[in-house]
Design a protein around this ligand. Structure first.
Ligand SMILES: [Zn+2]
Length: 254
């Protein structure tokens, strides 16, 4: 497992540390070796060939050069696995067309900032998906909640979990251009505001990616926070992305 957290934009110090610790522990659970780096120079064909799974842990800005992006896309297309966490989906994709179109899809707008962290209700949108294995259909978490311009399914992603916007205040009166952060303008419920999604990529190798917008806080992926729900989702995402979900490996229809 290669964990990459280079930041050339906003730096999520707490999130990088918290997810980094959880990933070390989860790699042990999976019996995977783990290598964490902030050096994008690892994104070359020789070094990438050593890895089965890449995690973007709050990568930000134009972290990869065009050549490094191309090396990653080539590695990924050969059956690679990618899990992208929180800040990796908030503008890092703007310098990388493939990542924007094929992994993140939606364009981040803003998150509430006063208060920044709110307890909200999360609804499973795909209870049979292996990423939601063992996760209640509805649960509460305290987090910094991202909003996006359009729901991920509009961009060909499989929505896995969404936010109940009636359970928190989706407003931002503090920064940027977006104040009203509601995505559910037609009363559709959490399907209108996905916060976790996956994609089964085209081609014979069926590469898989998952984006988890959770993860701002140092404790988000702790095993003791909210019953370890976010940690379990992360663990499931790692396993599903490398096609290690066992008998119940739905989610790509293969
Ligand atoms: Zn954040």
């Amino acid at each position: 497992m290669l964990v990459f957290s280079e930041t050339r934009g906003w730096r999520h110090n707490e999130g990088i540390a918290g997810a980094g610790k959880a990933l070390v522990e989860l790699a042990q659970d999976m019996d995977y070796a783990i290598y964490s780096t902030e050096q994008s120079a690892f994104f070359n064909p020789e070094d990438l060939a050593r890895f089965k799974l890449v995690v973007f842990n709050n990568m930000s800005g134009a972290a990869l050069t065009k050549a490094e992006q191309a090396a990653f896309e080539d590695w990924f297309a050969r059956g690679g696995a990618l899990v992208a966490i929180h800040g990796s989906g908030a503008r890092a994709e703007r310098s990388w067309d493939w990542f924007r179109d094929d992994v993140i899809g939606s364009v981040f707008t803003a998150h509430p900032a006063a208060p920044q962290f709110q307890t909200a209700r999360v609804q499973s949108l795909a209870p049979a998906h292996p990423v939601m294995a063992g996760i209640p259909e509805s649960f509460e978490l305290n987090e910094e909640w991202y909003s996006f311009e359009r729901p991920a399914q509009d961009h060909g992603m499989t929505p896995i979990a969404g936010l109940d916007e009636t359970s928190y205040s989706p407003r931002n009166d503090v920064y940027g251009d977006y104040q009203d952060l509601r995505m559910d303008l037609n009363g559709e419920g959490p399907i209108a505001h996905p916060i976790i999604w996956s994609k089964c990529h085209e081609g014979g190798w069926r590469a898989r990616s998952v984006y988890i917008s959770l993860g701002h806080q140092v404790g988000t992926f702790d095993k003791d926070v909210s019953g370890g729900i976010a940690r379990k989702i992360l663990k499931n995402a790692l396993n599903w992305s490398v096609k290690n979900s066992g008998q119940n490996d739905e989610g790509c229809g293969d």
